[in-house]
Each structure stands twice: as structure tokens, then as C-alpha cells.
Design a protein around this ligand. Structure first.
Ligand SMILES: Nc1ncnc2c1ncn2[C@@H]1O[C@H](COP(=O)(O)OP(=O)(O)OP(=O)(O)O)[C@@H](O)[C@H]1O
Ligand SMILES: O=P(O)(O)OC[C@H]1O[C@H](OP(=O)(O)OP(=O)(O)O)[C@H](O)[C@@H]1O
Length: 236
């Protein structure tokens, strides 16, 4: 018998809007231990194991099947999923947390405006410098899949731990793949988005895990959230 494990962001840009969304659906969340507490209760869904985690941990938990349902960014789900989409289903796009995962190069690269230009630049770069173009990113899987789909092969991934947009200026990479919303960080770092370089238009989503144990109470509890119930009916 499993009870529903439901996860929402514990802090950051998605937290408040997620709480607002659940309240609007008629399921108010009460955080235990104040603003920074990691425990919460939700009213109206029966017995629920409510978890407050980072958006990244929620995406990973849905993919592993240790979380039944949760709110996180679509970008994180797609990137952390080994298959791209098989471990989760999106029940509802929530209309906040919007941002694009993009490919950007230095504005000074006047000949490079498209992914196909980037492929040509990669080949030329290798000849001239005897090494491959380096692409800095946190989005390792999304980048690999997108570059393969665009037939760009002459590059090497450099895993970024943060401040990815600074990589070209500091010399740790030549190209970046990162998230942008206003574009201010890209501009401040002298970078431009390639015209066909939008990998994903992401937003916050309510997602359900296809890997979790849906026997027992879990499914009953979630059935009160209409969009999620519909998805579960499709899966099982
Ligand atoms: N301008 C933005 N920059 C980064 N992420 C954004 C932006 N706008 C929306 N998001 C989305 O927010 C989600 C990440 O949220 P947040 O940064 O709060 O979580 P986190 O990565 O778990 O937190 P932290 O980086 O503090 O550990 C991603 O899904 C991302 O797409
Ligand atoms: O297009 P913009 O509006 O400039 O936003 C993009 C930036 O915002 C995020 O960083 P932020 O410092 O906000 O958060 P994070 O580094 O914790 O993800 C993200 O990593 C980008 O660097």
C-alpha cells in the first residue's frame, strides 16, 4: 500500500506560485516550521506524504519513481530523464516559471547565426586549433540530443556548475547552453542566441511519475486533482 508522495519546490522562483496554484485548486498547503521548513501538510487530498524539495530533486524523484507527483520545471524533467520523456507525464502546464533553454555564442562571431553555421564553425575550429569547440552547460542530455538532431558533432561538453554565461569570457568554453528569461544575463556577457537555437520553451508543470507505485491510496488521493487523474487513467 502506498500513500501519495507529492513534492513542491521548497524555495526559489517556483515556490510561491506553486502554493498559490494548489490553493486555487482548493488544496491549501501549510508549511511546518516556517518559511524554511521542509515539511508541509496539504488539506483536502487525504493522507499525503508532502515533500518540499529543490526543483531538481523533484524532477529526479519523479524519474526514479520515489515521488508520485510534483511541481517542477519541464527543462529539468527532460534533461534528467535518460529517455527524454518515458518516466513521467505532464498533467498540466502551470503558466509560470517560464524560460527558454537556448544555444548562445559570442556576439563577436559574426559568421555564426544558426546551428548549421555552428557545425561549420566547429569543423573550422578543429582544423585551426586542433581541438573541438567546447560547450558549457548544466543541461547535458538536452544538449546532446539537440546537437545530434541538428547534426552538430564537432564539439565537447563541459559540465557547468553555475555562472555558465561567463564561460566564453573566462575561456573555459566557447559556446553555452543555458536557461534565459529576460535575456539580460546573455546581453551582459556579450552572447547571442542562435536563430534556430531554442532547445525548449520550458515552464513549471504538474507531472506524475510513470515509475512510481500507483497501487493503494496514492491513486485515490491524486484523483482529486483533475488533470492528474486524467493522465493516470491514460497510463493505467
Ligand atoms: N530566469 C530563470 N533562471 C533559471 N531558472 C528559471 C528561470 N526562470 C524560470 N526558471 C525555472 O526554474 C526552475 C529552477 O528553479 P530554481 O532555480 O528555483 O530551482 P533549483 O535549480 O532547484 O534551485 P537552486 O538552483 O537554488 O538549487 C527551472 O525549471 C527553470 O526552468
Ligand atoms: O535571462 P535572464 O533573465 O537574465 O535569466 C537567466 C539567468 O537567470 C538564472 O540565474 P539566477 O542567478 O537567477 O538563478 P540560478 O543561477 O540560481 O539558477 C539562470 O541561470 C541565468 O543565468
Amino acid at each position: 500500500m502506498s500513500i501519495l508522495s507529492l513534492a513542491i519546490p521548497s524555495k526559489g522562483r517556483l515556490k510561491e506560485k506553486t502554493e498559490d496554484w494548489f490553493r486555487e485548486q482548493g488544496f491549501p498547503i501549510r508549511q511546518i516550521g516556517g518559511e524554511r521548513g521542509y515539511q508541509a501538510e496539504i488539506d483536502g487530498l487525504g493522507q499525503v506524504d508532502m515533500r518540499l524539495l529543490s526543483a531538481r530533486e523533484i524532477a529526479q524523484g519523479l524519474i526514479d519513481g520515489t515521488i508520485h507527483a510534483g511541481v517542477t520545471g519541464e527543462d529539468l524533467l527532460q534533461d534528467l530523464s535518460p529517455t527524454g520523456d518515458a518516466e513521467f507525464r505532464i498533467a498540466e502546464r502551470l503558466g509560470f516559471g517560464g524560460a527558454d533553454v537556448i544555444v548562445a555564442v559570442p556576439q563577436a562571431w559574426l559568421d555564426v547565426d544558426t546551428m548549421s553555421d555552428l557545425e561549420a564553425a566547429g569543423a573550422a575550429f578543429r582544423k585551426a586549433h586542433h581541438r573541438r569547440l567546447r560547450v558549457a552547460t548544466k543541461y547535458m542530455r538536452l544538449t546532446r540530443r539537440f546537437f545530434a538532431a541538428k547534426s552538430v558533432g564537432e564539439y565537447r561538453l563541459v559540465e557547468s556548475a553555475g555562472a555558465t554565461e561567463a564561460a566564453p569570457a573566462t575561456g573555459s568554453a566557447d559556446v553555452i547552453v543555458d536557461i534565459t528569461s529576460t535575456g539580460a544575463t546573455l546581453r551582459a556577457n556579450g552572447l547571442k542566441v542562435l536563430s534556430d537555437g531554442v532547445i525548449l520553451k520550458s515552464e513549471a508543470v504538474l507531472a506524475v511519475s510513470t515509475r512510481a507505485d500507483w497501487t493503494g491510496e496514492a491513486r485515490n488521493s491524486l484523483s482529486l486533482l483533475r488533470s492528474a487523474a486524467k493522465i493516470l487513467d491514460e497510463i493505467y
